[in-house]
Design a protein around this ligand. Structure first.
Ligand SMILES: Nc1ncnc2c1ncn2[C@@H]1O[C@H](COP(=O)(O)OP(=O)(O)OP(=O)(O)O)[C@@H](O)[C@H]1O
Ligand SMILES: [Mg+2]
Length: 321
């Protein structure tokens, strides 16, 4: 399968009063057509900054893509003009944001917002667009869709708003959907329903999905491949099966160990000791070294390369080399 998105050597930095924050610090990633790629890692490792970089939505200043390329079907989005990005956004590439309220317009009805996206991109009349909006709302499991189209976002619960976001994101039948923690704010049953829905749309329409989450359980359910991020870099990448069966990086091992299990009784859940370093605070060597139980002298001095352990399975750790 062809790559629909390929990120090469991406560096996205923020210039702040306290200096340069290298939030994304040399990331390589790809997504093939129709694939679901999971991106996991603890809070602050650069997941959202990566997705906003793809969408061309990094606030500048203080942010800036300082190096690298983001190829979407061979077009470099880093070089694309804002006008071109507007055309791609909500058309060929859609995004579901971490916080749904920020991306819904409080002044417009749900129907108007979805219709706007549809009309803009598919050239339909107002009436046709409303019909299609209702159909989309039904597809994402919203009851009373005919009434909901006339309501404003604040009347809806968090779970309903997130579904509206998903309906909007999918109404233009994007080739790539970026879903940034689409279900974190929702309760467990709604979470499961929304993930199920995304999976179904992936299967039915072949939309490639980049699913950002800190939940490895969700990745196991949803994804074909997974990239594990740590402090602005990818530290491990491979098929979901390879990574769960044979994790290479001590950080990935720790993440897998912290998944709650139903089949064994444990008093306390395992958590990786220590915290994610703030971007740029570790000047040399492997950024996980201060928290790693297998740390060697070399790790504090030299940053390991991403190396292939088995076919398509990469790890950035001296132990794997
Ligand atoms: N506008 C900004 N100005 C300065 N620093 C920023 C800005 N936006 C993000 N950062 C920094 O970039 C780093 C990566 O942030 P990002 O939001 O990508 O993390 P994340 O992996 O999405 O975390 P979470 O799981 O909490 O959503 C963080 O250290 C954050 O403080
Ligand atoms: Mg985030």
């Amino acid at each position: 399968m062809q790559k629909i998105l390929e990120i090469k050597g991406l560096h996205t930095h923020f210039i702040t009063d306290r200096g340069v924050v290298p939030a994304v610090d040399g990331i390589d990633l790809y997504i093939k057509q129709g694939e679901v790629l999971g991106v996991v890692g603890e809070s602050g490792c650069g997941k959202s900054v990566t997705s906003l970089s793809i969408m061309g939505l990094i606030p500048q200043p203080p942010g800036k893509i300082v190096k690298g390329s983001i190829l979407f079907k061979d077009e470099d989005l880093v070089q694309a003009k804002e006008k071109r990005m507007q055309k791609l956004r909500g058309n060929e590439i859609s995004m579901i944001f971490q916080e749904p309220m920020t991306s819904l317009n409080p002044l417009l009805t749900i129907g108007d917002q979805i219709s706007e996206a549809i009309k803009l991109h598919q050239g339909l009349s107002r009436k046709e667009a409303t019909q299609l909006s209702i159909a989309m709302l039904k597809k994402v499991g919203i009851p009373r869709a005919e009434a909901i189209v006339n309501e404003h976002p604040h009347k809806l619960s968090g779970g309903m708003r997130q579904r509206v976001m998903i309906a909007m994101a999918l109404s233009c039948e994007p080739q790539l959907l970026i879903a940034d923690e689409p279900t974190t704010a929702l309760d467990v049953t709604i979470q499961a329903q929304i993930l199920e829905l995304m999976k179904k749309l992936n299967k039915e329409t072949g939309t490639a999905i980049m699913l950002i989450t800190h939940d490895l359980g969700v990745v196991a359910e949803m994804c074909d491949r997974v990239a594990v991020m740590y402090s602005g870099k990818v530290v491990e990448e491979g098929s979901v099966a390879d990574i769960y069966r044979n994790p290479q990086h001590p950080y990935t091992k720790g993440l897998i160990q912290s998944i709650p299990r139903m089949d064994v009784e444990t008093e306390v859940l395992y958590a990786i000791p220590g915290n994610v370093p703030s971007p740029g605070s570790i000047k040399s060597g492997c950024r996980f070294a201060p928290r790693c139980e297998y740390v060697m002298d070399r790790c504090h001095v030299e940053m390991p390369h991403l190396t292939e352990k088995e076919k398509g399975h990469y790890s950035r750790c001296w132990l794997a080399q």
